[in-house]
Write a protein that binds this ligand. Structure first.
Ligand code: KTE
Length: 524
C-alpha cells in the first residue's frame, strides 16, 4: 500500500458532524447572544483558575447596548466554562464597554476586607458608555471574580470626551504605581496615566504612531521577553477600526522601552499583529505566573461583517489563547528585525488523535496525503517543508497546499485551502466557500502573508514551517513558529463542516514538484 494513502477509506462519505453547525469547539463562543472584545483576562493563583470576560449582549445577536461583561473560566485555557454575567450597566442605553482587570494584592484601593485572599482581590477597570459620554469606572469583586461592586466615586476618569475608552491597567513595580493605557479614540492618542490607588489618575503622556484609519481602540502595554537573551522589551498594542489596509478592523503593535512615564519606540515601524481578517481587540492576560510567560487573546471577527456571519442563536468567537515572545527574525537576507512570536496554547487533550505523522515525505506531482477527522470538524496540522531549487521547475504551481474539505450532503460540499506559493513568495488562506457570507464584498476570501524562511538546509534551500488549527469555522495559521500569523473565520454551506484534510503539492507543469516535506503531522 502506498505510503500516502495513510487514510482511511473506511468511514467514507456519510460522516455526521457531531456538534452544532458553525460553532467552534476550541474557540470560546457564548451559548446565545452576541460577543465582541475580550475583557480583563486574568489568572487567579488561589483557585488556579483563568478568568475571561468579554463584551456581551445576551438578548441580541447584533450586539449594541446594553453591553455587559460576560464571563467564562478555564483550568487549562482551552476548555471554557460559561459563567453568569459579571458586570451589567444600570441603564439599558448604556454599555459596560471594554477594559481590564488587575489583582490588587496590597489593597492599594482600600476596597477589600481582610477576608478576601490577596490573590483574589480582583479590580475591574472599564468604560461606561452612555449617550454622548465615555468615562472610566472601577469595580471590585469579593467573590473571586464572579460579581463586582461599582465604586461609589465613579467615574475615576472623565475628560469630557465621548470617545475615550478601553483602559488596560497593570502594576509597574519599578515606579510602584498602577499604569493605565486608554485611547482618546478619535484624537488618535493612546493616553498613559499613573495612579497609586486605582482611583485617582494623572496623565503621563500621549502616544501616537502607526496606521490611523478611523479611530484607536483597545490599547495594551506589556513587557515581553526577547528569546535567547535575558532582555525584555515593552510592546504597545493598538486596535484600529475601521480603515485598516487589510479591510476593516485589525491590530498593530510597536516595540519600545517604558520607564513608567514615557514609552519610547525602538524604531518607526508599525508592525501588523496578525495578517488575517479576524483578529481584533487583542488583550494580554493579567497576573500570569512568570514561568508561563505572556498570554493574550483576541476577538475572532471583524466589524466589517461581524453582524452578518451565519450563526443563529449566538454570534462571535474568541481566538485561541496565544503565548507571546519577542525574537530577532531574519526578515530578508540582509536584515534582522525584532518581532512578536505567537504560539497557540492548547491543552494536550484538546486534539488527541494523531491521524498522520510522517518524516521525510517527498511529494511528487499530485501526490496527496489525506486523512479523515473524527467527526469533530477540528484539525491541527504542521508541515515542515523545504523548497528545492530544482532545475527547470515550474514556477506557476502552488508549491504546497493543505485542503480542508467538508462532508458531502446531497452533492453539496465545501473546502478551504491553506498553503505556500513559491511564485507569490507567500503563504495564503483561501476561505472561499458556497456560503452566502462569501458574497459579502468585505468578507475577503483570499488573504496572504509574506514570510522569510525559518532557516536554510545544508544545501542552502529555504525551509518553512506551517501550522494550522482548524476549528469548525475558525482557522488560525502560524508560520515559522508564529513569526507570522493569519486568523480567519470561514463558513461552509449549511450542514457542512470540515471533515477531511489533504496535503499535496500541485505541480501542474512538466516538472516534478520542488518541495520536500521533512515533517508532516495531522491531528484531528
Ligand atoms: C463600531 O461599535 C464599534 O462603532 C466600536 O468601534 C467597537 O469598539 C464596545 O468595542 C470596541 C471598543 O472600543 C469598545 O469598548 C467595545 C472595539 O463593545 O471592538
Amino acid at each position: 500500500m502506498s505510503l500516502w494513502r495513510v487514510a482511511l477509506t473506511m468511514a467514507s462519505a456519510v460522516m455526521a458532524i457531531n456538534s452544532e453547525y458553525n460553532r467552534p469547539l476550541l474557540h470560546f463562543t457564548p451559548d446565545h447572544g452576541w460577543i465582541n472584545d475580550p475583557n480583563g483576562p486574568i489568572f487567579d493563583a488561589k483557585a488556579a483558575l483563568w478568568h475571561l470576560y468579554y463584551q456581551y449582549n445576551e438578548n441580541n445577536i447584533q450586539g449594541g447596548n446594553p453591553l455587559s461583561w460576560g464571563h467564562a473560566t478555564s483550568k487549562d485555557l482551552t476548555s471554557w466554562k460559561r459563567e453568569a454575567v459579571a458586570i451589567t450597566p444600570q441603564n439599558p442605553s448604556d454599555g459596560a464597554f471594554s477594559g481590564s482587570t488587575v489583582i490588587d494584592r496590597e489593597n492599594t484601593s482600600g476596597f477589600f476586607p481582610d477576608s478576601v485572599d490577596p490573590n483574589q482581590r480582583i479590580v475591574a477597570i472599564y468604560t461606561l458608555d452612555q449617550p454622548g459620554s465615555q468615562t472610566q469606572q472601577v469595580a471590585w469583586s469579593e467573590d473571586g471574580g464572579y460579581t463586582f461592586k461599582n465604586y461609589s466615586g465613579n467615574p475615576v476618569l472623565d475628560i469630557n470626551n465621548s470617545q475615550f475608552r478601553d483602559p488596560k491597567v497593570f502594576w509597574h513595580a519599578p515606579t510602584s504605581q498602577w499604569i493605565m493605557v486608554a485611547v482618546k479614540s478619535q484624537h488618535f492618542q493612546i493616553q498613559i496615566y499613573g495612579s497609586v490607588d486605582l482611583k485617582t489618575w494623572s496623565l503621563h503622556l500621549n502616544f501616537s504612531s502607526g496606521l490611523y484609519g478611523f479611530q484607536y481602540e483597545c490599547p495594551g502595554l506589556i513587557e515581553i521577553p526577547v528569546e535567547g537573551t535575558n532582555q525584555t522589551k515593552w510592546v504597545m498594542f493598538l486596535a484600529i477600526n475601521p480603515g485598516m489596509p487589510t479591510g476593516g478592523s485589525a491590530n498593530q503593535y510597536f516595540i519600545g522601552d517604558f520607564d513608567g512615564f514615557k514609552f519610547t519606540p525602538i524604531d518607526h515601524q508599525t508592525r501588523y499583529h496578525d495578517f488575517g481578517k479576524d483578529y481584533y481587540a487583542f488583550q494580554t492576560f493579567s497576573d500570569v505566573p512568570a514561568d508561563i510567560g505572556v498570554l493574550g487573546i483576541a476577538w475572532a471577527s471583524n466589524w466589517q461583517y461581524a453582524r452578518k456571519t451565519p450563526t443563529e442563536k449566538w454570534r462571535g468567537a474568541m481566538s485561541l489563547v496565544r503565548n507571546l515572545t519577542l525574537a530577532e527574525v531574519q526578515v530578508n537576507p540582509q536584515k534582522k528585525e525584532l518581532m512578536l512570536k505567537q504560539q497557540p496554547v492548547i491543552g494536550a487533550s484538546a486534539i488527541p488523535n494523531v491521524l498522520v505523522h510522517e518524516t521525510n515525505v517527498a511529494l511528487s506531482p499530485k501526490t496527496t496525503v489525506r486523512a479523515l477527522a473524527n467527526s469533530t470538524g477540528i484539525f491541527d496540522f504542521e508541515v515542515v517543508f523545504t523548497l528545492l531549487d530544482t532545475e527547470g521547475a515550474s514556477i506557476e504551481h502552488t508549491t504546497l497546499e493543505v485542503v480542508i474539505s467538508s462532508n458531502n450532503v446531497n452533492g453539496k460540499q465545501d473546502s478551504i485551502r491553506i498553503g505556500y506559493d513559491k511564485d507569490g513568495e507567500a503563504f495564503f488562506v483561501d476561505r472561499g466557500t458556497n456560503s452566502k457570507i462569501n458574497r459579502n464584498p468585505f468578507f475577503t476570501d483570499k488573504v496572504s502573508v509574506f514570510s522569510s524562511p525559518l532557516n536554510h538546509d545544508s544545501a542552502g534551500n529555504s525551509v518553512y514551517k506551517l501550522r494550522g488549527i482548524i476549528d469548525k469555522s475558525v482557522a488560525e495559521v502560524y508560520v515559522n513558529d508564529g513569526v507570522f500569523t493569519s486568523t480567519n473565520t470561514f463558513y461552509m454551506d449549511e450542514g457542512l463542516a470540515p471533515e477531511t484534510i489533504e496535503v499535496s503539492s500541485d505541480a501542474t507543469g512538466l516538472y516534478r514538484a520542488d518541495v520536500k516535506i521533512s515533517e508532516l503531522s495531522l491531528r484531528g
